[in-house]
Structures are given as structure tokens and as C-alpha cells.
Design a protein around this ligand. Structure first.
Ligand code: RBV
Length: 422
């Protein structure tokens, strides 16, 4: 029996088409790993719950985990990122899905709880909400060993787990899959980087000649700065980290405090993982330029102070799908993308399948790793093994038909030795 609650089961046919498109762009997850999983069934008897964006790419991951023998439960990791057609198609395939576009905070957590009620053995989270809920509301799943280990997909989630671990509150083995090279150097840099087109989808705006402020210069935001520059924008980077600020400066960007950018910014896009990148005060809001586009590509909707902007605005006009015009008391207008939520997922379809292939290839192999090593895993943060990270890299190259060199024995010894010098 499939357990589910989705928006509309009749959307399944459309969802299947979306999944079909993603299949052909995800050869590592959909072909190479799935083929082996189908034969070896490494996840037989295991229930996996994923709190992930319900997109066609996540659908491909679910298919691969199921092919490996797992019972799969899914709920959305953001109220606005669920693609209702994909959710409906997955239900038809026997994936248990609790997700619909536009659910309320209360419904969002209801969906998480429905997944946890299935007593999952592995949790794959994106943003930490499901695993934190398991700690708070389903402690027995941790105490009685039902949950073997967990996997985290995104930077913000990893940040939360590091804080939990430091305070001694993380009670499960936690693999920060986000931090693997095959994830953060591709999905974050290229996927979020290309996500700046959300501003184009939202407002059909020309980047060339615009002052585009990119808040942050980590893996995600540095990718965004590069793409914005490629479109001809005058890119200004804001940072709090000295080294990242220097990297931005030497990459040729202007660097300045966010406050100084407000009167000149045409577009402000955030991906810092922090809150209140624009300080939530009337004084700051008054500095914003008339017509500025504000968008967030970080995990939570508090980077741009959404709530305070709504409170300050005297009028909120829905303008286009998931874009609102906020009219300030002085008549100034600003354009808010995606209600301050991840514009790269809400206004477009999320990160393209080609990069999600690597992230979800890693997630698939990590679930297998957890099952194989279930008797030795201890609570706390555990890095993704380097050989699994490397393997995904090799598989991606193989799928793309790219060959690379191999070290000779002589070269290997040289690289690992110290005696040869001048
Ligand atoms: N992300 N998933 C998709 N197409 O399913 N797109 C982006 C997709 C993930 C990405 O890995 C990132 O770390 C996270 O969403 C942010 O919530």
C-alpha cells in the first residue's frame, strides 16, 4: 500500500514526462548506480525517508533507492519547491509522498511527521528540519536504533548539525553529504550559480549594465557572482569573512558592506546561509533604490528580511507567479522574488539534472555505505569517505565519455615520497 498526500493525482502523466527528461540527464544515478542496485539490492528491508525538494531530480533518486530494495518516503524540504506533477507520478510508482506546493508551516511539519511515523532507518534531509524533528518528537526512533544514520544535502543543514554536535545534542551518525567535493563544487557552484536566472524568470530583467549585489562568496554565491558577471552585470559582493572577501576582490568584483550597496543596487541576491543579510529596519528599507529586485537563493527565507518587509509595505501586489510588488509608505516599489524563499527552486525547476546527478549519486552510495557499516557507526558528524566522493567523480567522467590520466607507479611513489628534491 502506498501512503501519500499530494495536490492532484491527475497530474501524474505530466510528472512522468518531467521524470523522463531528468532520467536521460542523470546517467550516474539513473543508469550506472541503479543498474547495480537492481541486481545487488543493497537497501533491501530498509526504509528511507527523504525531506527533499520534490522535483524531477529527487524523483530519480527515489527510483534508484527503490531499485536498491528500499521502501521510500518523501516529504518536501520547502513549502514552495514541490512540483505537484512529479509528486503525483511518484505515488503511482509506489513511492510514499507527502508533499504539495504551497503547504503551510503546519502542513509542512505534518508531512515530515507522516514520514517519521513510517519508522525510517535512514533519513536524507535538506535543511535539517526532518532530523531535528526526529530528535524532538520521535526520540524513540533514535533510542531503539531504528534510525541507523542520516545524510544532509545542504550547507544550511550542515551548519545546524555542527551546532547540535558542538552542544552534544546530535544523537545520530550524520553524513554531511553537502561537504563532499562532488556536491559542493558542482551542485552549489553551478546549480545555485545558474539559479540567478530566477531573477530573469521572475521579472524578465536584463542583467547587462545592472548593479547586481551578491551577498556572500561561498560555494553558492561565488557561482552566482560569476554567472551575473557573465551576463554583463556590474557585480558587487558583500561578505563577513575576510578571506572570502579577499577572494572576491582579487576575482575582480567590488566588495563593500551591504548597507552601502542599498542605494545603488538594482538586484540583490542572497546565498549566505545567515539571517537578515539586509538588516530588518525601516532605516535600511528607506535606503533601497526604487524598483530593486530582491531575491534569496539560500535555504531559508530569512536572509532577505521577508516578514519585516511585508510588515513595512503599505501594499503587497501579486505581480507575476511568485513575484510580488511591495509598495513602501513613501511610494517606493520593490520586487520580491518567491516570498523570500529559494528563488532558484521556486521560480525555476531547481538545479539542473546534470549536477543533481552527482549530488544524488553520492546520496545513493551513502545510503548503501550506511547499511554496510551499520554496526560500526557512532553518533556525530562523519565525513563522506573520500573514495566514495572520488568514485562519483569517476562515474560522472565515464558517463560523459571523458578520459583522464592515471598515475604511473613511479609518479605515485614520487607524489607520496619526500626523498627526491633538488
Ligand atoms: N536542490 N535540489 C534540487 N533539482 O532537486 N535543486 C537544488 C533539485 C538542492 C541542492 O542540493 C541544495 O543544496 C538544496 O537544494 C538547497 O535546499
Amino acid at each position: 500500500m502506498v501512503n501519500y498526500k499530494v495536490a492532484d493525482e491527475n497530474l501524474a502523466e505530466k510528472g512522468k514526462e518531467a521524470l523522463y527528461v531528468a532520467e536521460s540527464k542523470m546517467p550516474v544515478t539513473a543508469d550506472i548506480i541503479r543498474e547495480r542496485f537492481s541486481k545487488e539490492k543493497p537497501l533491501e528491508g530498509i526504509t528511507i525517508a527523504g525531506c527533499l525538494h520534490i522535483t524531477k531530480e529527487t524523483g530519480i533518486l527515489a527510483r534508484t533507492l527503490k531499485a536498491g530494495g528500499a521502501e521510500v518516503y518523501l516529504c518536501g524540504s520547502n513549502p514552495l519547491s514541490t512540483q505537484d506533477d512529479v509528486a503525483a507520478a511518484l505515488v503511482q510508482e509506489g513511492i510514499n509522498v507527502f508533499a504539495w506546493h504551497g503547504n503551510t508551516d503546519e502542513e509542512f511539519y505534518w508531512c515530515i511527521r507522516e514520514c517519521l511515523k513510517a519508522k525510517p532507518n535512514i533519513l536524507i534531509d535538506d535543511g535539517a528540519d526532518m532530523i531535528v524533528t526526529a530528535h524532538k518528537e520521535f526520540p524513540e526512533l533514535i533510542e531503539n536504533g531504528t534510525i541507523i544514520a542520516c545524510q544532509e544535502e545542504t550547507t544550511t543543514g550542515v551548519k545546524r548539525f555542527k551546532a547540535m554536535d558542538k552542544q552534544g545534542k546530535l544523537r545520530v551518525p550524520l553524513f554531511p553529504v553537502n561537504d563532499a567535493r562532488c556536491k559542493n563544487q558542482f551542485d552549489n557552484e553551478l546549480g545555485t550559480g545558474q539559479g540567478i536566472v530566477a531573477a530573469i524568470y521572475g521579472m524578465h530583467v536584463l542583467f547587462a549594465g545592472k548593479n547586481v549585489v551578491i551577498a556572500g562568496f561561498g560555494h553558492c554565491s561565488s557561482g552566482m557572482a560569476l554567472r551575473a558577471r557573465g551576463l554583463g552585470a556590474n557585480v558587487i559582493v558583500t561578505e563577513v569573512d575576510a578571506i572570502k572577501a579577499l577572494q572576491a576582490k582579487f576575482a575582480g568584483y567590488s566588495v563593500m558592506p551591504i548597507e552601502k550597496t542599498l542605494p545603488i543596487a538594482d538586484i540583490i541576491l542572497t546565498a549566505t546561509g545567515c539571517k537578515h543579510v539586509i538588516s530588518p529596519s525601516k532605516e535600511m528599507f528607506k535606503k533601497l533604490k526604487d524598483g530593486v529586485i530582491l531575491g534569496n537563493l539560500g535555504h531559508f527565507d530569512i536572509e532577505v528580511p521577508t516578514k519585516e518587509l511585508y510588515e513595512y509595505a503599505k501594499e503587497i501586489k501579486p505581480l507575476r507567479q511568485n513575484v510580488e510588488e511591495l509598495v513602501f509608505p513613501d511610494g517606493k516599489r520593490i520586487y520580491l522574488l518567491a516570498k523570500g524563499r529559494l528563488a532558484n527552486l521556486v521560480l525555476s525547476e531547481g538545479h539542473p539534472a546534470e549536477v543533481m546527478d552527482m549530488s544524488f549519486g553520492l546520496q545513493s552510495l551513502m545510503s548503501e555505505f550506511i547499511v554496510k557499516n551499520k554496526n560500526t557507526l557512532k553518533p556525530g558528524m562523519i565525513d563522506v569517505p573520500v573514495d566514495i566522493d572520488d568514485r562519483v567523480g569517476f562515474l560522472k567522467l565515464q558517463a560523459m565519455g571523458v578520459e583522464i590520466d592515471k598515475l604511473t607507479e613511479e609518479q605515485y611513489n614520487y607524489i607520496h615520497g619526500y626523498e627526491e628534491g633538488t
